[in-house]
Design a protein around this ligand. Structure first.
Ligand SMILES: [Zn+2]
Length: 431
């Protein structure tokens, strides 16, 4: 298939996807699922819709494998966050093609990737591609909010349709200059989201006479500072060891702090959040009245742990930092923190694409500070899931600003690169 045709096909499909409003809530992803089903069935790809709620269907399409090799899932989601047309220079649901970009809510997160993956599997099907293992395309609902009608539900209700050996999902693929080289970031793991609540105790009283009370809010202020300033000694996890190895050399654990301090600023900025946990106090509540000194103050802190760590692993350091004060510490939940191995055929397929399409560039593993739907697959099936959608035309800082923001758009060049990448991975693993 000629390259220009791939590009036109992906652009046209993306424009159609952007013109259907799938802002979540309410989502209404069924319209996107049906649009994709019509397109894929027109290319001979068999499709099924699975819906826990009729308006919120998930689409799963498949080219059955020969039963001789690993299965691969191209995963994406069709819902988007909201858009305020007043902030946009174009209609967010116009799918306008302008300045070499396709504009609209979800162009980057992630209808562009949806369109690229659908184009990849449709064109492979039309070429008569018979993969070694099943090639699966899933466009799921409800990634942005998470009320259990999307991939989490699909993994429980229809595991056989969605369980594969490998998966390519969102959450990586940007090309950045790092230590003087061009590298593509491939997300292979994510941090654990483990927020906690501090209930700080004092004694209430009338605010006109502070001396008779013990102000829990004032006590909390001290604890907030200690929590926010807590820094763990840096720890070298496998993902960062591999990243540093590709950029230069791997430091000895005892020299890690020193080596990180000496890294070029851009590399250090990228590496530092992946060396330990991060705590951000975000919510506080105390007295509801001006004249009442609070006897109780509650503080909620966002907390991100390294993959594989649990709250119990960091609690001693946290308590030591908070010191002897009158508080209760409650962990609210712990979500994510999964990782996939780094030495896999999927990694090789990504690397070979990067080397062929961008000579001199390299690919490095990174740990996402937040998480994507990949963690459901890793937890349910042990799927090797990476976040990778190559992007080299749009500046990664601009892309990061546009996601969930006004004037979201994807460069047509990057959309086409994504189609070629997904076709390459499918063809390489499915050989
Ligand atoms: Zn997304």
């Amino acid at each position: 298939m000629a390259v220009a045709t791939l590009r036109d096909e992906a652009v046209g499909l993306l424009q159609e996807l952007l013109r259907v409003n799938t802002v979540n809530p309410p989502g209404n992803e069924t319209i996107a699922a049906e649009l994709l089903r019509d397109y894929l069935e027109g290319s001979g790809v068999s499709c099924e819709l699975f819906a826990r709620e009729p308006e919120r269907a998930n689409l799963v399409a498949r080219i059955p494998g020969r039963g001789e090799g690993p299965s691969l899932l191209l995963l994406s989601h069709t819902d988007t966050v909201v858009a305020d047309p007043d902030e946009w220079t174009v209609d967010p649901w116009s799918g306008e093609l302008e300045d070499g970009c396709v504009w609209g809510r979800g162009a980057l997160d992630m209808k562009g990737h949806v369109a690229a993956a659908a184009t990849a599997i449709a064109t492979l099907a039309r070429e008569g591609f018979e993969p070694a293992g099943d090639l699966v395309f899933a466009a799921t609902a409800d990634e942005e909010v998470g009320v259990d009608v999307g991939l989490s539900w699909l993994c429980r209700a229809h595991p056989e349709t969605i369980s594969t050996d490998y998966c390519v999902n969102e959450g990586g693929g940007e090309r950045v200059g790092l230590g003087g080289r061009n590298v593509y970031l491939c997300t292979t793991a994510e941090k654990v989201s483990a927020p906690f609540r501090l209930k700080v105790h004092g004694r209430s009283g009338h605010a006109s006479m502070p001396a008779i009370a013990d102000n829990a809010l004032v006590r909390a202020a001290r604890l907030i500072e200690r929590a926010a300033e807590l820094v763990q000694p840096p720890r070298l996890i496998p993902e960062i060891e591999a990243l540093l190895a590709r950029l230069g050399e791997v430091p000895q654990p005892s020299e890690l702090g020193q080596v990180v301090a000496g890294l070029p600023p851009d590399v250090r900025q990228m590496v530092e959040p992946m060396l330990g946990f991060a705590i951000s106090p975000t919510i506080i509540s105390a007295s509801e009245r001006t004249n009442v000194i609070p006897g109780l103050c509650e503080v909620v802190c966002d907390c991100r742990l390294l993959p594989g760590d649990t709250p119990a692993d960091v609690e001693p350091a946290l308590r030591a930092a908070l010191g002897d004060d009158s508080y209760d510490l409650e962990w609210i939940e712990a979500v994510g923190g999964t990782r996939s191995p780094l030495v896999t055929p999927l990694w090789d397929a990504i690397e070979s694409f990067v080397v062929e399409s961008d000579p001199g560039a390299d690919v490095v593993p990174v740990v996402a500070p937040g998480f994507t739907d990949s963690h459901f697959l890793r937890e349910a099936f042990g799927t090797v899931a990476y976040g990778f959608f190559p992007m080299r035309t749009m500046d990664p800082e601009l892309a990061a600003r546009l996601i969930h923001s006004a004037d979201e758009r994807i460069a047509v060049e990057d959309l086409e690169l994504g189609v070629r990448f997904l076709r390459h991975v499918a063809a390489t693993l499915g050989r």
